[in-house]
Design a protein around this ligand. Structure first.
Ligand code: NAP
Length: 279
């Protein structure tokens, strides 16, 4: 069965449209600021998608583009101004930044109350302590998708391939909060094949096409494909969809799986930030 992230995300956006209309009746206009550095093609596609859904939901968008030569001081000046601007509710610095910039340092310039990506130490620490916070959008979207399909998580063995701070690590914390048992695999892990076979829920966040094939997964596994890989202008996940689909119980497609859920969670975080700011 397909875990239809596109359909679920649409439902979430419908609810957000209503929320935003309600805010606007009270003269409150949710606004997101996106900062892009350089011209990474994938980043430009993600931002274009974010722009489209912001328009649909009624969230105002301010975009800032810098070329690779921008320095930390210039970014800090902008982020400080956006932090102080009461009309801006969410600030997002598009990942990845060019290598000459310290991404963690720059993420942490954002006021945690406007950190709608959940990448500041403040929000990461709260997530670690299972406190209310802004949760990174991809992991949040994956849990929401599983819950929409009423898939039980308690006691399940979840195997996550990838340990990035954007996907793997925060997702592991969220699954722990749901009382699942979590294994994280990375490029140095041993016995990967055996561990992958033992998964009730397998999440692949590697970024390599055809990384997961049919013989690697067990029957009845639930497969979440986070990977986004481009080949000849087409998008593929990490999983060999056609063959794996026939074997497992649930699977997310790429596109229209995790991607739309990620963006829906971003919008939800912006609306949440706006409501909190106007309490
Ligand atoms: P990342 O920072 O490059 O992390 C990739 C992870 O994969 C690393 O932890 C790496 O291990 C691990 N890895 C690489 N080769 C491996 C191997 N042979 N065996 C086991 N693990 C291996 O990437 P990311 O930012 O997490 O993103 C991962 C993928 O998800 C990318 O394709 C990205 O475009 C996509 N993505 C999609 C969404 C969405 O909304 N759908 C959102 C975010 C990211 P080491 O740590 O040992 O290097």
């Amino acid at each position: 069965m397909i875990l239809d992230g596109f359909k679920v995300a649409k439902k979430i956006r419908k609810k957000l449209i209503k929320d935003v209309l309600q805010l606007k009746k009270n003269n409150i206009f949710p606004k997101l600021a996106i900062i892009q550095v350089g011209n990474n093609t994938s980043s430009s596609i993600y931002i274009k998608n974010k722009r489209l859904v912001c328009q649909e939901v009624g969230i105002k968008l301010e975009e800032y583009n810098f070329d690779d030569s921008v320095n930390t001081k210039q970014l800090k000046k902008l982020i400080t101004r956006l932090n102080q601007d009461n009309e801006v509710h969410g600030i997002l610095v598009q990942h990845p930044l060019p290598k000459n910039l310290n991404e963690i340092e720059i993420f942490n310039m954002i006021n945690p109350q406007k950190d709608v990506d959940g990448f500041t130490f403040d929000n990461i620490g709260k997530l670690y302590s299972a406190r209310n916070c802004f949760v990174p959008c991809t992991p949040k979207g994956i849990i929401r998708l599983l819950k929409e399909y009423q898939i039980p998580l308690v006691g399940k063995h979840v195997v996550i391939i990838g340990r990035s701070m954007i996907v793997g690590k925060p997702l592991a914390l969220l699954f722990l909060q749901e009382n699942a048992t979590v294994t994280i695999l990375h490029s140095k892990s041993k016995d990967k094949e055996k561990i992958i076979k033992s998964a009730d829920i397998l999440v692949s966040a590697v970024g390599k096409p055809r990384f997961i094939s049919e013989e690697m997964v067990s029957k009845d596994t639930i497969v979440i494909d986070v990977g986004i890989n481009y080949d000849n202008g087409k998008i593929f996940g990490d999983v060999e969809f056609e063959s794996v689909f026939k074997k497992v119980s649930y699977i997310t497609p790429v596109p229209k799986g995790v991607g739309p859920m990620t963006i829906a969670m971003l919008l939800e975080n912006v609306v949440e930030a706006c409501k909190e700011n106007n309490k």
